[in-house]
Design a protein around this ligand. Sequence first.
Ligand code: PLP
Length: 452
Amino acid sequence: MSAVNEKPQYKAWFESLDDPSERHALDEIVYTDAGGGLLQVVHDMDELKKVAAEEWKQRFEVRRGGSEWPYGSGVWCMKEWILPEIDSNNVVSMYEGNTNLFWAERFGREIGVEDLWLKLCGNSHTGSFKDLGMTVLVSMVNDMISRGKEIPAVACASTGDTSAALSAYAAAAGIPSIVFLPRGKISMAQLIQPVSNGAIVFALDTDFDGCMEIVRQVAEKDGVYLANSMNSLRIEGQKTISTEIVQQFQWEVPDWLVIPGGNLGNVSALAKGLDMMLELGLIKRKPRICVAQAESANPLYLSYLKDFEVFEPIAARTTVASAIQIGNPVSIKKAIDALRRYDGVVEQASEGEIVEACAAADRTGLFNCPHTGVAIAATRKLVDRGLIKPDDRVVVISTAHGLKFVDFKLDYHNMALADHVPEHANPPIELPADYGQVRDRMLHEIDTRRSG
Ligand SMILES: *Cc1c(COP(=O)(O)O)cnc(C)c1O
């Protein structure tokens, strides 16, 4: 039928970052190029350009949040930009994305920037932005399996959230999953997710980088499919963070995007979404990007101080922001390229600054994970340095739900943190069940909170 032939033939493939002549099909099991470098997913932009920018916007607006499978998802509403060739019946989606923007009006006023927003990516099925990338990766694997490819299981190393997302999507598709976690270094909530979803869970006596070494080996030698962010399929889903934000602001581009960074896949994805919107004419202007790192795991920050001319991996030290405790980020090259394209800056935050940023923002109605705390602390520093102007529109990417990370909040409010005396501790008041005593204390507390 001619109508079918007239339909645009959107295509995407893996391409080597270093050598664009090296290409692979998206259903090929390949994670790196011939030289061991990263691959990226490249789209046939000429085909996508045949649709006008206004038409794309309209398509996304009509589909997003609706019930037509799988287009209601914040990721799959942009299917042509993500995995154009996949059969929709093989998509494994939990209608991820479509997360809300929180106008941090009170907190913004406190730090001196009124147009401050948090993109609450943690308001998602497994409680972090990792769902956005995992729906794409697991869908691709599901599609490959349905066409007879031999894939015994999917596997990842994780600082907690990747394994939660992988095990949930794999369980939904009925595909075995294996996760490698650094023993004792992730939260209880993160650990119980893959356990509950029936993943094969390994808690190894090492850090994230050590788990990464193991998973690389099982992928290479035992044929399990690697789900870490060196697999660039995940970036395709995560890039919808920026398109979604821009759409939520009626296609107006914010002045700043502030994002916490560990393995640096997420900032690469953020920039990739912007790149595509610019190239296809949906936006005209670039935002600036700030990557925020914990001082204890700051290899990108150290490189930034040297204008990115050198990069040296470090041994990451313990940080309350455990999901970004990474010393040798896989996506370093993509991240540096992204920061160069978006007039980027890198800022860091100490452990004390992280917990205080979380606590201060929580008191204005938020409930932040520590990684979001890193980004908030960085935002505050950029405002203080005058880089972020008082009337700039700033969007902080909140990467996970605070409920996944309550241990540090308990320690903070119980004044049980090592080496830090909290400024905003608010421990429960323990009293006998006696009206007189309760009333006296209550009136006193109301009074102090009003004046404070
Ligand atoms: C994975 C993760 C990050 C870091 O993202 P990268 O892509 O590794 O830089 C930040 N915050 C949370 C909650 C995460 O799970």
